[in-house]
Write a protein that binds this ligand. Sequence first.
Ligand SMILES: Cc1ncc(COP(=O)(O)O)c(C=O)c1O
Length: 311
Amino acid sequence: MPTATIDPAVLEKWDQEYIWHPFTQMQQYQQEKPLIIERGEGSYLYDVYGNKYLDGVSSLWVTVHGHCHPRINRAIIRQLEKVAHSTLLGLSNVPAILLAQRLVQMAPAGLSKVFYSDSGATAVEIAIKMAYQYWQQQGNEPYRHKKKFLCLQLAYHGDTIGAVSVGGIDTFHRIFAPLLFETITAPAPYCYRCPWQQEQSNCRRECLQELEKIIQQHQHELAAMIMEPLVQGAAGLMVGIELVLDRTSKEPYPPEAQIGHRVILAARQKGLILRPLGHVLVLMPVLTMSIDELRQMLTITYESIAQVTGA
Ligand SMILES: Cc1ncc(COP(=O)(O)O)c(C=O)c1O
């Protein structure tokens, strides 16, 4: 039953006509019925027909407290009634000061100032520029050469050119190679396909040893190292399920099998939104998801994998 005030068929037509969706194979997208979200509540998103979906990727890892949290909504409305935007260039404002003070209180010792940004990629750009500028302003000859960034293979830091430069996902970044600055890369802790063919039981942290070697070799030219917080490399950043043709040999599916895409479409039919990253299924639930909802998410995920792969 349509719930949107505009006819869903019109929205679907305009979506196909006017929107270029990021990280989306548009040729394929235009052949499929789009999923158009109209509202959200807690762990769920609702489409224009009123169908309900568990948000298994927290709307791309940004929904921490669930959708439409009344307290957050009220705070946003209260602020909008005062002022929507005022610059920090040479001026300040009340919420910026209060938030900065609280963030510094929570942050580890030594992190004593806040520089605001508006997205993950622009935060990365700022961090890159700060690290670079820091060494340039040391004035001394040896530090002038510290201009390079050490990053992990398979890393993802966003889609602006600086963030892409320090990223390592070939499918996303290959075409922009001529625009990017040079970096030094270290192996990602991608334990499922360990470059040293080690298993957890005999792992001697070879990738860390390699990283140490790289730092020693390049420290005279390194401005900083960048990595995703907590778990390193997009290959391990989120909870992912890597789909393989053969579990023993770990033989991957050929790209034309579009295995990840097919599984997320099956999950969608069962009321769960997931993202494929090639043949890896990304699960990143809203952090306030209940245990029952998490169980439901996993049940649908496994059922969808079984339905598509026959495994
Ligand atoms: C670790 C990491 N850094 C940066 C970004 C880019 O963030 P944004 O999409 O807000 O630019 C992402 C996005 O997924 C991310 O996962």
